[in-house]
Design a protein around this ligand. Sequence first.
Ligand code: SF4
Ligand code: SF4
Ligand code: SF4
Length: 188
Amino acid sequence: MDILIPILALGVLAALFGLLLGFSSIKFKVEGNPVAEKVSAALPGSNCGQCGFAGCNAYAEAVAEGECDINLCPPGGEDSMRAIAEIMEVEPVEMAADDADQGADANTIHVARINEKQCIGCNLCHKACPVDAIIGCPGQLHVVMIDECISCKACVKPCPMECISMTPIKIPNAPEWPLPRNHEGATV
Ligand code: SF4
Ligand code: SF4
Ligand code: SF4
């Protein structure tokens, strides 16, 4: 019988705190921006900072407020830009030009490569990579796993030796379609 009193007291306290938490969560709820949430869902979520904002959510909020262009996310590319255009009910635009992509064809991507002769193993690139595509122990040569690289370039600037470059590679097994031709057989 003695044990029932503390159990009941604890039960009553737990119920009271539960009610208090429930009331607080309703009363002090912080409303998010539903448009920013939709824009954020259209972004890759890599948080690489290449758009100039501190992560995808910050960029999504700026887009939702109309404070910046909708084409600033290279990892999301044209798909993200078009999805954002639909959400914001604006016309799609050209993707922002990237020097590394000039002259590249549809089957070429740029991945990070480390010059092994210059790498001092400082580990800064590993810390900067949002998808853990760079491996290496402190003080040892670091290497990019190119299959994991999303071409975000977040590792390039932090390297004190400037030994990371974005290198074009052909996408393996990319389909190669014949160019369209007009009725005279010339490519168009
Ligand atoms: S560039 Fe794209 S993926 Fe990178 S932080 Fe900005 S919105 Fe996110
Ligand atoms: S290795 Fe690739 S994915 Fe990682 S930061 Fe560098 S460019 Fe971005
Ligand atoms: S930041 Fe540069 S020097 Fe440092 S580990 Fe990476 S590649 Fe090597």
